[in-house]
Each structure stands twice: as structure tokens, then as C-alpha cells.
Design a protein around this ligand. Structure first.
Ligand code: LLP
Length: 437
């Protein structure tokens, strides 16, 4: 068993004496019966192990601030867990800020990202003393300065830059390349700083921010990113006579969805990042900056699984057998959006193995609603419980009510105990904003 993000399954996953799969002492068949399916299950032990590995890995660099990227999975309970572990938060909307507040967490522990933050969102952030706003563009600079001025405050900011680095991940989750909607291009930065110095007196520039992409497997990317950021800080120091001493390198560390995925572990990423800071600070004669990191996926993905119940099946002789489950693209849009791959197992009847190659389809009304194309499962039958692994990130947070299907519940499991942390949606909630004519 390797590091959390290098495993497909949560840490304590095994077959129990009943022949069922259990995680952290919780029998998955029993969870499915108790809470019904589809069901998101989050294992606290795995989540905390990964979070503690992050802390440990970066402990050699004392000036590190861990900001959990809430977009991966944000609920009030998940926010509390990260807060107790000493994490801050990267938030990108009023909604994410509101969830934090709902969990009793002050926005002074959060940084605000996004390429088109609304006036209401910026007002809420400034009013609630958000720690940093990572300003993305000229429009936002002016807007934020006005808002801060009206509130008689000085808002601490970073400038989000486009570092011009490409990573080998799905096009939709690359962010650092030149042709991107995010951030200031390097040649725009001087104008931004000039404006901050001369006009925007209610903004206090502390540093630079970049994010290269998500589901990254190459550690070198993080070194390249640090090089670009520190080189800019040196150039800015020479030209404007200010030394920015904060760098935010975003998130991006990948995880193992299927066996062929080979992400580095967090210790490797931390080592290359810290070494790069030391190297380029020495080269450019800079003092070592505060380092912000914003991991999302790698903190929560492996800790989460989704349980489904198998229903109908269709065998097309010589072509393919489809088995359908009671969820699909509304609770996990990643396969249809990014061609993402997943691994799954039948959780009951683990004794005896009669593999059958099938395609796992969702229940939504489109042909693209396929969760897994071609996987060997142990003689899948209607009524069996299927466990899809590594669904902790970007599934619940991207879920929808497509086809009028209710969003699943989420349970947190921990050493034999299970607690609901998100209730299943109700039909009443589905129509609560509807106006009947
Ligand atoms: N910081 C910034 C500024 C980001 O844009 C993101 C992710 C992160 C941090 C966290 O990145 P992570 O550690 O999770 O890779 N929905 C897609 C992923 C989109 C990621 C967007 N930004 C998916 O399901 O693969």
C-alpha cells in the first residue's frame, strides 16, 4: 500500500467475514441498506491521513499555508474537518464562503479566487475580512478597490498570473497555458502594479498566484511554476522597488483512479517545491516567501466512494453487455465531461469469482451516461451493490438534478461508525423554488 493518492481505494478497505467489502469497519452492503443508494461515502481516516501527509511533507518549509480547494468537495462537515486539521480554504464563490460561515469558520482563513468574481461576492469577502483576494484581471482590480474604499478598508491581494506552462492533463482542466481565461499574462503585470501603486490605494499587493492545472502527474511542473513566479518577483523588485513575499502555487496533484495512473506522492511534490524555492530564492537573491498551496482533489478523492444498486442489464450478443445503476452523470459527471476513468467492484458476494466484462451505465437519458466502459465485475446481478472508487472529489460538488433526479446523501465513516453529513434531497426541495402557474 503506497501513499493515499497512489491508491485507488480508501486505506482500510477489505473483505469482511460476511464476504462483503468494508471500509474503516463499515460494511458497504449495510451502508447501502441503511442509507439507500446512490450514496456518497467519505472515509475520515483516509482523508485525515492525506491531510496530515500534506502537513508533514511541507513541514520542512515553515512558511507554508495549506488552503484546501473547496471546489473539490464542500460541505459544512468537510469544512469543519479541514479547519480542525489546521487548513485554510480556497473559495471561489459566495456559496463556498457561505458554507464556511455556516460551519462557523471565519473568512480570515480563506483566499478568494475566480476569473469573474461578482460585486456581491467581493463585497461579502471584504466585509467578512477575507485573508486574500487573488485578483484575476483589470476589471476586478478597479471593482475591488472601489468596494474596499467604500468600506474604508485596505484589502490584501495577490495577482493571479498565467505562467505559460502547459501540463499533460485534460484540456478542460489545464489552466496555466497562455491561451487561458484565467489571470494576467506576464506582460500585463507591470500595468497592474503601476495602477495599484498610483491609483488603487485600498489594495495592498502581497504576492503572486498561479495554478497550472489539475490531475498533474509531473513534479517538474511545480518547479517550473516556482521558477516563473520567483523570476517575476525579482523583476518586479528591480522595476518597482517592492519585494512581494507571498507565492501561491495553486493545487493540481493527481490521484490514482485506475491502475495505469501514476501520480507522484505528496512528499515528492513537497521536496521538489521546497528545493525550487530555495534554489530560485538564492539565484534571484530573494528572501524566502510565504508559500500558499491549494490542493483539492488529492485531499478528498481517494477517501470517497459512491455506492449504487445495479438494476437493468442489456446484453448485445458479441458486442457489449450493459448493466445500469441507479445513479450516473448527475452524481458523477466526470466520465461524460472529461472521459474520466473509474474502477469499481461489486461489494457483496466476494467469495467465488466469475468475472464478466460489462459496461456500467447510468440511468440518465443519454447514451453518453456511461460510468465505466469495459470492466470485469464479479457476475453482476440486479440488486447487487456496486462501489465506484475515488469519487471524493468533483462528484458531489459538480452534481446536478438532471432528469429531475434527487442528489444523493453523503455519509462520513470512521472506525465502524457512520454519520450522515449531507441529507438526501427530497422531492419537496426539488420544487421549492418553482412557481406554479
Ligand atoms: N487552485 C485553483 C486556482 C484551481 O483552479 C484549482 C482547481 C485548485 C486550486 C485545485 O486543484 P486540484 O488540487 O483539485 O487539482 N472539475 C475538474 C477539476 C477542475 C479543477 C479546477 N481548479 C475535474 O473533475 O477533474
Amino acid at each position: 500500500m503506497g501513499f493515499v493518492n497512489q491508491n485507488i481505494k480508501p486505506l482500510n478497505t477489505k473483505v469482511n467475514s460476511k464476504g462483503n467489502i468494508e471500509i474503516s469497519g463499515c460494511d458497504l452492503v449495510e451502508l447501502a441498506e441503511k442509507y439507500s443508494t446512490p450514496l456518497y461515502v467519505m472515509d475520515r481516516v483516509t482523508l485525515e491521513k492525506m491531510a496530515n501527509d500534506y502537513k508533514q511533507a511541507f513541514s520542512n518549509y515553515k512558511n507554508t499555508r495549506m488552503m484546501y480547494a473547496s471546489k473539490a468537495l464542500m460541505t459544512s462537515a468537510i469544512a469543519s474537518i479541514f479547519y480542525k486539521l489546521g487548513f485554510g480554504f480556497d473559495v471561489v464563490s459566495l456559496g463556498e464562503m457561505y458554507i464556511l460561515k455556516n460551519a462557523g469558520i471565519d473568512l480570515s482563513h480563506a483566499t478568494f479566487n475566480g476569473n469573474n468574481k461578482g460585486c456581491d461576492e467581493l463585497e461579502y469577502a471584504v466585509l467578512n475580512n477575507i485573508a486574500r483576494v487573488s485578483v484575476d484581471n483589470f476589471y476586478e482590480l478597479e471593482l475591488l478597490d472601489n468596494i474596499a474604499k467604500k468600506m474604508n478598508k485596505v484589502q490584501k491581494i495577490l495577482l493571479r498570473i498565467t505562467p505559460g506552462i502547459e501540463c499533460h492533463t485534460h484540456e478542460y482542466i489545464q489552466t496555466g497555458q497562455l491561451d487561458s481565461k484565467f489571470g494576467f499574462d506576464l506582460h500585463m503585470i507591470d500595468e497592474a502594479i503601476d495602477l495599484i501603486q498610483k491609483q488603487y490605494k485600498n489594495l495592498d499587493l502581497k504576492g503572486l498566484h498561479a495554478h497550472v492545472g489539475s490531475q498533474i502527474f509531473e513534479t517538474k511542473i511545480f518547479e517550473d511554476e516556482i521558477e516563473v513566479l520567483l523570476k517575476e518577483i525579482r523583476r518586479i523588485k528591480d522595476k518597482f522597488n517592492i519585494e512581494l513575499n507571498e507565492v501561491n502555487i495553486g493545487g493540481g496533484l493527481g490521484i490514482t483512479y485506475v491502475e495505469s495512473d501514476a501520480p507522484p506522492n505528496v512528499y515528492e511534490v513537497a521536496e521538489i517545491t521546497i528545493k525550487a524555492i530555495e534554489k530560485y530564492c538564492a539565484l534571484y537573491e530573494l528572501s524566502e516567501p510565504v508559500l500558499y498551496i491549494e490542493p483539492g482533489r488529492s485531499l478528498v478523492a481517494t477517501a470517497g466512494v459512491t455506492l449504487y444498486t445495479i438494476g437493468a442489464s442489456k446484453n448485445i450478443e458479441g458486442i457489449r453487455k450493459y448493466i445500469s445503476v441507479d445513479g450516473g452523470m448527475a452524481d458523477n459527471p466526470r466520465p461524460s465531461m472529461y472521459c474520466a476513468e473509474y474502477y469499481a467492484e461489486i461489494v457483496n458476494k466476494k467469495e467465488g469469482y466469475n468475472p464478466e466484462k460489462v459496461t456500467v451505465a447510468g440511468k440518465f437519458c443519454e447514451s453518453g451516461d456511461i460510468l465505466i466502459k469495459d470492466i470485469e465485475l464479479n457476475s453482476p446481478k440486479a440488486g447487487d451493490t456496486l462501489c465506484l472508487y475515488a469519487t471524493g472529489a468533483y462528484c458531489y460538488s459538480m452534481s446536478s438534478n438532471y432528469n429531475g433526479v434527487l442528489k444523493p446523501a453523503m455519509v462520513l465513516i470512521n472506525e465502524g461508525k457512520s454519520d450522515i453529513i449531507v441529507r438526501r434531497q427530497t422531492l419537496q426541495q426539488l420544487v421549492e423554488n418553482d412557481v406554479v402557474l
